[in-house]
Design a protein around this ligand. Structure first.
Ligand SMILES: [Zn+2]
Length: 126
């Protein structure tokens, strides 16, 4: 395992197709800050995606947020309220919310993309 922050490993955050992990340090810092404030494990279901992999799994194509620095976190129920509260405080600029359907498929997306390149701040639903 390659520890990239106190609580996250490169393996947790790497591209599922090729193993690359190019999430910028500034985003990793925010993710760790969130984890510290949350105080319990955060399960990342999707971290870095290379452009090709992102195009395979997302309609954002080869330049989606996950190619620049984003995570999807598996979370449902009461924990969502707490995690969202902290995500706003830490300062994530893009927050996507999937909270319909079975708990096992629910998540929140977090990124910190700048308004200079993306329409941020934004909250959206899936
Ligand atoms: Zn890949």
């Amino acid at each position: 395992m390659t520890q990239v922050t106190k609580h996250f490993t490169g393996e947790e955050l790497q591209c599922k197709c090729c193993g690359r992990m190019e999430i910028p340090p500034a985003f990793l810092g925010k993710l760790e800050e969130l984890r510290e404030a949350y105080g319990k494990p955060i399960v990342v279901t999707s971290g870095y995606r290379c452009p090709r992999h992102n195009a395979d799994v997302s309609d954002t194509g080869e330049a989606g947020p996950h190619t620049l620095g984003a995570v999807d976190i598996a979370v449902a129920g009461a924990d969502v309220h707490r995690l969202l509260q902290l995500a706003f405080i830490v300062g994530f600029s893009g927050i996507g919310i999937k909270q319909k359907g079975p708990f096992s498929g629910r998540f929140i997306h977090l990124d910190d993309l700048p308004a200079t390149t993306h329409p941020r701040p934004r909250v959206w639903t899936y």
